[in-house]
Structures are given as C-alpha cells and as structure tokens.
Design a protein around this ligand. Sequence first.
Ligand code: IMP
Ligand code: MG
Length: 175
Amino acid sequence: MAENIKILISEEDVDRRIEELGRQISEDYAGKQVHLICILKGGVFFMCELAKRISIPVSLDFMSVGSYGDGTASSGIVKIAKDLDEALEGKEVIVVEDIIDSGRTLYYLLDVLKKRGPKSMKLCTLLDKPERRQKDVKVDYVGFEIPDEFVVGYGLDYAQRYRNLPYIGVVEGIE
Ligand code: IMP
Ligand code: MG
C-alpha cells in the first residue's frame, strides 16, 4: 500500500484548539465535575488530550460502538460492543467523539444515553463534516469543521492504521 498523507491540520493547530476547548469547558462547567465518555477507539487520543486541559474535576468512562450490517451503508442501528462501566444518573456528561460524519452513530447513541438520566449531556467532537450530515445532531463543542474528505490521525483510522499520527491528514491514493 502506497498511501501518502497530506497534512490538513498540523499538530500545533490541533493542540492549540484542544487547549481552547479545555479552557471553554472548564469555564462552562465551573464549580462542577464533568464526566467524559470516550467513544472508542477513535475518540481516545482526543479525550486524553482534552481531559489534560480541563481544570475542573473530571471522571472518565469508555464505550465502544459499531454499526450492524456490512459497514458500507450505515443502517443507523448501532450495536454497543462495550458498554459504560458506570451509571450516568445525575452526572454532567460530555460525549467525546473523533468525528461526526453522517451523524447516525451519535443520533442513536445520544438517545440511548439520555434515557440513563444524566443531569446534562453535551457532545464534543474534534472534527465535524457538516456537509455529510444525514441526521440532525446538536454538537456543542467542535474542534474543527472540515470539508468532505477522508481524514486520519489523532485517533482516526484508515483500515485501523494511522490512529497514532499526531496531526490530521488526508490519505491520498485511496480509491
Ligand atoms: P457517522 O457520523 O455515524 O457517519 O459515523 C462517524 C464515524 O465514522 C466516526 O466515528 C468514524 O469512526 C468514522 N468516520 C467518518 N468519517 C471518517 C474519516 O474521514 N476518517 C476516518 N473515520 C471516519
Ligand atoms: Mg468513531
């Protein structure tokens, strides 16, 4: 495989933006504790960096989801492969995602999580591709809006690779 990665958002720009988001969340929730929910695997790099920049008390939990079907056309039905360890009741929850694309995954997931009785629930995503949206999902914190291109790095993969890149790049040379 001879893919080439073109840098879309540099490591410095990603880090600076995450610092801003951390500061904003710390201000918005001043005097409270936030419960961050990481959507695995893509959200993990972003969540760790974001959590480090939040100055109020933080707790963490992890969840892994996948779509049913062959994965080419998302059915909109999401299967929970690994559920949260802790209850959400009374917590100030922020769901942390790598990217919102069609919005199907989060549309379903937020509905499921809301029923668990959090005190509040917001959505924070590193990247947003608004052009691709099929389901109306309200995003509260966005790192960057990006055009409709397939990106990797900072948790995002192409066939499970490139998650560890410290910047956001576009894979060139895929069909
Ligand atoms: P959706 O919003 O339900 O369409 O799905 C979003 C999920 O699709 C993300 O959590 C990613 O796992 C994956 N995804 C969408 N766009 C990209 C991309 O550009 N690169 C890598 N993964 C992507
Ligand atoms: Mg994902």
